[in-house]
Structure formats: C-alpha cells, structure tokens
Design a protein around this ligand. Structure first.
Ligand SMILES: [Zn+2]
Length: 310
C-alpha cells in the first residue's frame, strides 16, 4: 500500500509511538541511505534478527539500481500481537516529511517466516515511484506487485519459476475480480483491489518486455535513470501522465504513455497471451509449463535470475 493523505487513526497513534525507543541502523549504498528503526524491542537478539531481515530484503532494490532509489528513506518496524496468519500483517509506505516504509511484524514471527513473506519487498518497491494519487493507484500497486516477486527471486528468496507462478496466481485473481469499470476509476473509488494490483502488475510486465527488445534496456534501467534524474524525496503528487511521459523520454519511445491510456480506460483484465508466449510460459491444466533452452528461457532468466549482491 502506498499513501499520503488520510492515515487511519490507528496508524497515526502508532506513528507517534514510533518516534521513541528505536534501534536505528543505517544501510548505505553509494550516496544513498536506508535508515532502519526497530521500535520498542528490548531483546537485543530479537532486534538483531529484525535488522538482519531488512538488511537481506534491502538487497532487492539494490538489484535494480545498485543504490537505493531515494537518497534518504526510512524503514520502521514495530512488533504486534496478531491472529493474522501473516508474519507481517500490515505494511504501508507513508509520504509525509519524507518517505518511510512502516512494517508491522508479528511478535512471534521467525526469521524464516519473515524471509518467506512478500510484504517488505512490496513496500520497498514503492520507493521506486513518486506519489501518484488515487488515479495512479493501479500504477503504484502494480509496480510493487510486479517487483515483489521479481526482486525476491533475484535475492534468492524465491525460485525463478515460483516467481512466475506467483505472478500468474495474481493475474488469475485479478481476472476473477470486478470488471466493467475502468481501471483508473477503480483507483479513484479505492475499490477493486485485486484488479487494481494485478492489472497494474500486468502493465509493468508488458512494459518490461517491450523495453527488453532494445539492447541493454529494461524496466530496471529506466526506473534507475528516473530515480537519478527525477525522483524526489518529497511527497508531492506526480500525475500519472507526467510520470509516463518522463519514463518515455528516458526510454526514447512510446512504451508507457499509450499503454497507460489503454490500461487506464480498460474495463476488463488485459490478455497476457502475447507476453506469456514471449516468455515461453504455457498454461496446461491450470499449471505453468516453462520452455527450456531457448530465447524465452533467457528472457525469463534476465528478469528473475539470481543476482550477485552489489
Ligand atoms: Zn502497496
């Protein structure tokens, strides 16, 4: 989730409590820093475990940029008691006096459970884009939903094929969700979560594939260039059309703007047949089959293959 205005009261109260009693570490990459605060955890080994988990997960954005997308951002971790099965029942990226990722972690979550959870990778991926408002909610959530799987495969938290299976499962959930309403209208109504997240992810997958037709280019390189030239630490709204225009200027073509207009107006989930064909992925009896030893396999590998840490 990515939000600026109208914090729920619970979060406001928690955010106030977060200011004190924190174990802060600073992760650095080049000229950028990610400050990680573990809040109100008196047990040193527990604080250490949570710091280690974020340090591992923070390698994910580094696989895109070689640096953190923002010169300065913050991750705050607070423990909660929760009946929720998820080891990270709640995560949110806040844009207020700078950008911070807030993660609520179940008090009894083990390191392995945390490593297996996608929430932190999702929230860290929200650092790649500016605040896009309600109309751009599907772009923001789509980018985080795409990268949460891609990045976890790159740092070895998921097998590559498992990343594709999870993306496909998301696309299926999106396909089953509410249709008959334009995607940007769903964003404005703050509804249709599954379609907003996964049609959004489909948009970024298609854009990544289109970019990779040019030598040396990918969504990684375009977002990396955007972060260097244009991504501010501020919380100002960037209209989705302006974001798309800037990415097209960097990529040197029309990969984003026209696709954006088509997706924003679409009332149905997009067909991904051409993308799956290009990726060498067949769906047989609702299971994915992957081509072997061909250009499609190399393309999949280029997207989700394991990266050496920078
Ligand atoms: Zn999100």
């Amino acid at each position: 989730m990515d939000s600026r205005p109208l914090l729920p009261l619970l979060l406001l109260a928690s955010a106030a409590a977060l200011a004190q009693d924190a174990d802060e570490r600073v992760l650095r990459a080049g000229d950028t820093a990610l400050r990680v605060d573990v809040i109100e955890v008196s047990d040193r080994s527990r604080a250490e475990l949570l710091q280690r988990w974020i340090a591992e997960t923070a390698a994910a954005p580094l696989s895109v940029f070689g640096r953190f997308p923002l010169r300065d951002a913050q991750v705050r971790i607070k423990q909660v008691d929760s009946d929720d099965d998820s080891p990270v029942p709640w995560g949110q990226t806040l844009r207020r006096d700078g950008v911070s990722v807030l993660l609520f972690v179940r008090r009894d979550a083990t390191l392995q459970q945390l490593r297996d959870d996608w929430t932190a990778a999702h929230e860290l991926s929200h650092l790649f884009h500016p605040y896009l408002g309600d109309r751009g909610r599907w772009l923001a959530e789509g980018l985080a939903s795409y990268y949460q799987n891609v990045l976890r495969a790159r740092i070895g938290a998921l097998e590559g094929e498992e990343a594709w299976r999870r993306l496909d499962a998301g696309f299926q959930r999106g396909r089953k969700a509410l249709s008959g309403v334009a995607l940007d209208e769903l964003g404005r109504r703050r509804g249709g979560t599954m379609r907003v997240y996964w049609a959004g992810a489909a948009f970024w997958l298609e854009a990544d594939l289109a970019l990779r037709k040019q030598p040396g280019r990918s969504l990684d390189t375009v977002l990396s260039a955007y972060s260097t030239c244009c991504l501010g630490e501020g919380t100002a709204l960037v209209e989705p059309e302006a974001f798309m225009a800037e990415l097209d200027r960097i990529a040197g073509g029309d990969i984003f703007a026209s696709r954006y207009r088509r997706y924003a107006a679409a009332e149905e989930f997009p067909s991904l047949d051409a993308a799956y064909h290009e990726l060498g992925i067949d769906v047989v009896d609702r299971r994915l089959r992957f081509s072997q030893g061909d250009a499609a396999m190399r393309l999949r590998q280029a997207i989700v293959g394991r990266r050496q840490p920078h």
